[in-house]
Design a protein around this ligand. Structure first.
Ligand SMILES: Nc1ncnc2c1ncn2[C@@H]1O[C@H](COP(=O)(O)OP(=O)(O)O)[C@@H](O)[C@H]1O
Ligand SMILES: O=P(O)(O)OC[C@H]1O[C@](O)(COP(=O)(O)O)[C@@H](O)[C@@H]1O
Ligand SMILES: [Mg+2]
Length: 532
């Protein structure tokens, strides 16, 4: 078995396709089957695309049923129904929204004369407003990047809920204790989101706002919560990191909900990636089990951009931009050296979005290696042979590799971090060593420089475009909680802002489609061949 086949067999190439959330517990009637290229003569890459897509499907749809499309659309609507307080408490009271842009300083009000409201304001979102999730009408499964539900690629409408402030709210601001927690690894923009949540909560009239320190760990007894106000968060977005601190691991869900009960928290804003959202959904479920009137709302955070259904997650843009400095340095080093090779490793545990976008943006990358596309280092079609060719023809070469790529070349340690994520071997160091060895063995000179900027990219402050995204997502998270939704997360779909039920965005990490136009554009830009 070659290294690629054994990687497929051991599921290493798709290490994270293991469901984080088990859909079987939601008793859905069926899930979509994504039809990709149906060609009998599939290339290695296409086979992998297909495998990847098929892992996503749970139970197939009966397309011989003339009503399958109607049933699918109905099922989709149910799947994307937003859990609401009234699902559990039919008699939950609603009030006219206190989010009123005319009322500038509600935080100083005691609501003695009733809530501020502005019935004539047409700035609220109707609960029935929807956003179209998929906007391309593919006419054939062979069309690049096609995501089809049936073999004929029938047009099926998939609508999701529009985010924003509602006219009716389900919490009295003076009864709210809101908490914010940031989990997982760092990501540019965390402070911007924290800031906007606090500012928006205050506009609704909430005075009791706290930060939970160091992720879910902060729900333990030993760490004190941090009081938050507009004054505290005013300038936090000017620096990277998280005002509250982050961590992996921590107490179990039942302990977290015990702690929330003790502290009287009834709105929880959870900033984190796939793992954090799995936790947030479990907290939401546990609160429902205990009949607690709590809203749990997520804001997806991951520079890896591996959350399903969204255009992008905050921090991703900044990461791509920051990566330019490392790529440019690698290029200059390689270009200035006699037969220079620059290697840059970027983050991306199971998806190559940062590596692909950073390569595209720079225009300086000759070889981009991502987890979704298998490659050989050695052999006539391997990366090293291509580097030799580049040195002979161009005089230098630059490689960009995502951290999750080529893990099949590295010894498995079975080590896991505190959250249970597999700790990967360093593919950047491996490629550097193999490259040096290769050129030494063939007796050709090569000056190999390796740059690992990963933590520098993660720790910087958000750029302008991420700053805007964080602002909108933070505000929408608060609107969602006040509207009575729980177990939801916020996102951007086709440039519009939406609420999505958490299970739908975390059933597996989003990966790059090697048959997508974007990956093809990247290949066009780098000029790299297939390395298999
Ligand atoms: N399946 C899960 N259920 C409950 N909590 C989880 C789950 N997976 C991870 N977590 C918790 O979520 C937090 C962040 O998870 P992690 O995977 O490290 O980061 P991310 O949220 O960025 O993916 C950790 O505190 C971890 O314990
Ligand atoms: O060193 P740490 O903190 O475990 O972080 C490493 C991981 O963080 C990430 O940047 C993002 O991961 P999360 O989304 O889980 O925070 C990954 O690309 C990387 O594997
Ligand atoms: Mg994760």
């Amino acid at each position: 078995m070659d290294s690629i086949s054994s990687a497929i067999a051991s599921n290493l190439l798709f290490p994270a396709t293991k469901p984080l959330y088990d859909h079987s517990t939601t008793s859905l009637s069926f899930s979509p089957v994504i039809h990709t290229l149906k060609s009998k003569k599939l290339s290695r890459t296409s086979v992998l695309t297909r495998v990847s897509a098929e892992i996503k499907s749970a139970s197939p749809i009966d397309f011989s049923d003339p009503d399958w499309k109607i049933k699918y659309e109905k099922d989709f609507e149910q799947r994307f129904h937003l859990p609401h307080l009234t699902d559990v408490y039919a008699d939950a009271m609603s009030y006219p929204s206190t989010f009123c842009l005319r009322m500038r300083t509600p935080v100083n009000e005691d609501f003695a004369d009733g809530y501020p409201s502005d019935e004539k304001w047409h700035g609220y979102i109707n609960n029935n407003d929807r956003v179209l999730l998929k906007v391309i009408r593919y006419s054939s499964p062979t069309s690049a990047g096609a995501e089809c539900i049936d073999p004929n690629c029938t047009w099926v409408e998939q609508w999701v809920h529009r985010a924003g402030p509602r006219e009716k709210i389900y919490y009295k601001p003076e009864n709210v204790k809101a908490a914010i927690v940031t989990c997982g690894g760092l990501c540019p923009g965390l402070n911007d989101v924290i800031r906007q949540i606090v500012i928006t909560l205050e506009i609704y009239g909430v005075k009791n706002i706290v930060g939970i320190p160091f992720g879910y760990r902060g729900f333990g007894k030993e760490l004190a919560e941090m009081p938050l106000s507009r004054k505290v968060v005013q300038n936090v977005h000017l620096s990277g990191g998280s005002l509250l601190g982050v961590s992996r691991g921590g107490p179990n869900v039942s302990e977290i909900v015990d702690s929330m009960e003790e502290r009287g928290i009834n709105m929880l804003f959870v900033l984190g990636g796939n793992g954090t959202h799995a936790g947030a959904n479990a907290i939401h479920d546990e609160c429902r089990k205990r009949q607690l009137k709590v809203a749990v709302v997520g804001v997806p955070k991951t520079i890896d951009n591996d959350i399903l259904l969204m255009d992008k997650t905050f921090g991703f843009d900044t990461a791509v931009e920051e990566a330019q400095r490392a790529i440019n340095s690698a290029y200059i080093e390689a270009h200035s050296a006699y037969r220079g090779i620059g290697i840059v490793k970027l983050m991306g545990r199971s998806s190559g979005f940062i590596a692909m976008q950073a390569s595209l943006a720079s225009g300086q990358i000759d070889v981009c290696l991502i987890p979704e596309v298998p490659f050989h280092l050695h052999g006539p079609h391997g990366v090293l042979r291509h580097l030799k060719y580049l040195l002979e023809t161009k005089g230098s070469a630059v490689v960009c590799v995502a951290e999750g790529a080529g893990q099949n070349f590295l010894e498995k340690t079975n080590a896991k971090d505190a959250s249970g994520n597999i700790v990967f071997g360093d593919i950047g160091v491996h490629i550097q060593q193999e490259t040096k060895k290769y050129f030494k063995d063939i007796g050709d000179p090569a000056d190999v420089k390796y740059i690992d900027p990963t933590y520098m990219i993660r720790a910087c402050r958000a750029n302008a475009s991420d700053g805007i995204l964080c602002t909108v997502l933070g505000q929408n998270a608060v609107h969602g909680a006040f509207a009575g939704y729980s177990g939801i997360t916020v996102g951007i779909c086709n440039t519009h802002y939406v609420y999505l039920p958490i299970p739908e965005v975390i059933s597996y990490p989003k990966v790059l489609d090697p048959n997508s136009r974007m990956w093809h554009r990247c290949l066009t830009s780098t000029g790299q061949p297939d390395f298999v």
